[in-house]
Design a protein around this ligand. Structure first.
Ligand code: FAD
Length: 517
């Protein structure tokens, strides 16, 4: 049996760290909540589901090609992803849009049969990888369909091949990232893709959402790592070649990457992998967030950036130190300076980078903050559950832009979120620009869903007006879909719609995601 997360939060029960005692002060003084537990998620036994609307004839035909589950636990666990909005609904026991069934195929041929059958019956299909979407990518939107199945890719979890000579590994889509990494480790190789959702996300889900991980500065986003893929649609299959470069027309690989299950199901992914090198760290205190950004620009454009680069702004630095408890490092950083963590996994230029940082006014903090960051880098989502227990609104917003527009975008997002506690970091560098990742905290209102809708819209509009992308790595899903037209224009939306209609004429593939129905 594959490991499962709790339906209302992150990870397995009791698996993660909890908020430290001293967090209470921060919650009271800065967020405006008491710090006491004010709500707990409902028990699974208390969840009532609508009866399954799966047509009986379809059930029978699906059972001939795949496992079909209609029990409460399976439907609840496949109802949605892990966004703040998802967790608000799950914690309250709202499963009105739960899938009518969970269908579990064993191979790509069975996936093709399921898609054809669901198309024939007009039943929506939501591909389910690791279930970690934070943009409503797994929401039970039925569109024009009479029923909805979650297509669980957990049994397509094989390592197809590893070619250490070419540094290419081929995976089935449902393999989780740690398992893919373990297979590579045995050959001295590494995946080089470590999102914060690493423990649960799948290779296929990451490719379908153009995910970016913590080492993206050194090793690239997953879309840069995918050298080839296969995708099964309701009307046939598409496979791209694994040649390292090609001038054979527009890259169809790119059309599938980021398609978020709206065209079909990615059934295999060939990834560029790398030789395994353990990370070593150095950390720096920089004068200000914007001064730090300027230093990172210089490192990246001079080709001496670290593989992992993480610069926190004044607010995020202060909050992280308050949560961690401040030691010597903390005292040195205090006074409004910002923390920069650099991780090295083979990137050259470390000595030159250090010289440049020192010339730019950075103060060395040694390796400890980097190791501390590495140790706690998967803790955040567990703490989110604790914060939600205490009535805290906790959300993240991410975008990217050019270096010359970074300050404008940063200030625009902060200005759009008054009254909330907002910290930001840069963690993905490119020669032409960088990402901005905001963590938003506040006291939940009496209607936290409406509260979320208002600040999410304000932040998304601010991002669009300031020339940022509506999403740097979380993808579009349902939550960013209303803003996609602002980014790609009317013709862009029409082109995507045309491709979707060709691949999915019955409109069953993940309705309401990427494109607004
Ligand atoms: C705590 C937390 C931290 C996160 N950190 C990061 C981060 O650092 N970087 C980052 O990029 N993202 C991050 N995310 C977002 C999320 O983990 C990524 O979007 C990830 O790529 C989703 O992978 P998954 O396997 O869980 O996909 P799912 O959540 O299962 O699916 C995501 C979308 O892709 C579709 N899909 C899934 N598998 C397939 C397939 N084989 N074929 C076609 N469509 C498919 C689904 O229908 C859905 O629309 C985070 C999320 C959480 C909850």
């Amino acid at each position: 049996m594959r490991r499962e997360q709790v339906f209302w939060g992150w990870g397995e029960p009791g698996a993660g760290p909890s908020l430290p005692e001293h967090a209470g002060e921060l919650l009271r003084e800065e967020i405006g909540v008491s710090g006491e537990i004010v709500s707990r998620p409902v028990e699974l036994d208390a969840v009532a589901l609508p009866p399954s609307a799966l047509p009986a004839a379809l059930r029978e035909r699906l059972q001939a090609v795949a496992e079909v589950r209609e029990d409460v636990e399976a439907r609840v666990l496949r109802s949605r992803g892990k966004s703040y909005l998802d967790l608000l609904a799950s914690r309250s026991g709202d499963f009105a849009s739960a899938p009518d069934a969970v269908v579990v195929p064993a191979d790509a041929r069975a996936v093709a049969s399921v898609l054809q059958l669901c198309s024939e019956y007009g039943v929506a299909v939501v591909p389910f990888g690791g279930g970690t979407s934070v943009v409503g990518g797994l929401a039970g939107e039925r569109g024009r369909c009479s029923a909805l199945v979650s297509l669980d890719l957990g049994r397509l979890d094989r390592v197809v091949s590893i070619d250490p000579w070419s540094l290419v590994a081929v995976f089935e889509p449902g393999i989780r990232l740690p398992e893919a990494d373990a297979a590579l480790r045995a050959q001295g190789l590494a995946l080089g893709h470590v999102p914060q959702s690493y423990e649960w996300a799948t290779v296929g889900g990451c490719a379908a959402t153009r995910s970016a991980g913590q080492t993206s500065t050194g090793h690239g986003r997953i879309d840069e790592q995918v050298v080839a893929l296969s995708c099964v649609t309701p009307v046939g299959s598409l496979s791209t070649l694994d040649a390292p470069g090609s001038a054979a027309g527009p890259a169809l690989r790119e059309l599938v990457l980021g398609s978020e299950g709206t065209l079909g199901v990615i059934t295999s992914v060939a990834l560029r992998v790398r030789r395994r090198v353990e990370a070593s760290y150095d950390a720096w205190s920089v004068e200000s967030f914007l001064a730090g950004a300027e230093l990172l620009r210089a490192l990246e454009q001079d080709g001496i950036a670290p593989d992992i680069a993480r610069l926190s702004d004044e607010e995020e630095t202060r909050t992280s130190l308050a949560l961690a408890g401040t030691g010597t490092v903390g005292r040195r950083l205090l006074g409004g300076r910002c923390l920069l963590v650099c991780g090295w996994q083979g990137a050259t230029g470390r000595a030159s980078a250090a010289r440049k940082l020192i010339r730019g006014g950075a103060l060395p903090l040694g390796p400890a903050p980097g190791h501390a960051w590495e140790k706690s880098r998967f803790a955040g989502p567990h703490l989110r559950d604790d914060l939600m227990d205490r009535g805290v609104l906790v959300e993240t917003i991410e975008t990217a832009t050019t270096w010359s527009n970074l300050e404008r975008l940063y200030r625009a997002v902060l200005a759009a979120l008054p009254g909330l506690h907002v910290g930001c970091h840069i963690s993905h560098l490119y020669p032409t620009g960088a990402s901005l990742y905001f963590t938003v905290l506040g006291a939940q209102s009496d209607d936290p869903v409406a509260q979320w809708g208002a600040f999410k819209d304000a932040a998304s509009r601010a991002i669009v007006s300031a020339g940022g992308t509506i999403t740097h790595h979380h993808a579009v899903g349902r939550d960013h879909a209303p803003y996609l037209g602002e980014e790609i224009g009317e013709l862009g939306i029409e082109l995507l719609r045309t491709v979707k209609t060709r691949c999915d004429p019955a409109g069953v593939m993940n309705p309401g995601k990427l494109l607004v129905d």
